[in-house]
Design a binder for this molecule. Structure first.
Ligand SMILES: [Fe+2]
Ligand SMILES: [Fe+2]
Length: 162
């Protein structure tokens, strides 16, 4: 019979924060997909939808890691969506979201390396790299928006609070 795992409370804390982050990211990207569609930006809407699915897959990997450690997943802090009135506003909000994730996963991976929890380290490192890639993509997209004034950037006839 396998020896019961000795679960580090701080690792569980990082997993919980990470799950809250990923579910918040799903909510934000689904909202941005819906807004982009309302604004007639079909291609962008599809991009945001795919991001939401990627973040959902991250939530799934975190959930599975928690279950493997014998912990019941409970995301306790879903962050309100940040949106805006233009595509650039949405991208800026997403850039902020992704850079927060990069910082969280870097810290979590460093901690897991220190206590030699290799499996959790592997997961946090992989997520760190994927969020870094997301942040980089968004930064490039924002740069292109600035460089091409003709690019769609303003919604029409849609108002929303944030
Ligand atoms: Fe993610
Ligand atoms: Fe992401």
């Amino acid at each position: 019979m396998a020896t019961p795992l000795r679960v580090d409370a701080r690792v569980l804390g990082y997993l919980g924060r990470a799950l809250s982050h990923e579910l918040s990211a799903v909510q934000q990207y689904l909202t941005h997909a819906g807004l982009a569609r309302l604004w007639g930006l079909g291609e962008m809407a599809e991009h945001f939808r795919r991001e939401a699915l990627e973040e959902q897959e991250h939530a799934e990997r975190l959930t599975n890691r928690m279950l493997a450690l014998g912990a019941m997943p409970s995301a306790s802090r879903i962050v309100p969506v940040r949106a805006g009135r233009s595509l650039a506003d949405l991208l800026r909000a997403d850039w902020a979201l992704e850079t927060r994730a990069v910082a969280l996963y870097a810290e979590a991976a460093r901690y897991c390396a220190r206590i030699e929890d290799v499996e959790s380290w592997r997961l946090f490192s992989a997520l760190h790299d994927e969020e870094w890639h997301h942040a980089r993509e968004i930064a490039d997209w924002l740069e292109r928006l600035r460089a091409e004034p003709g690019h769609p950037r303003s919604p029409t006839g849609v108002t929303h609070e944030h």
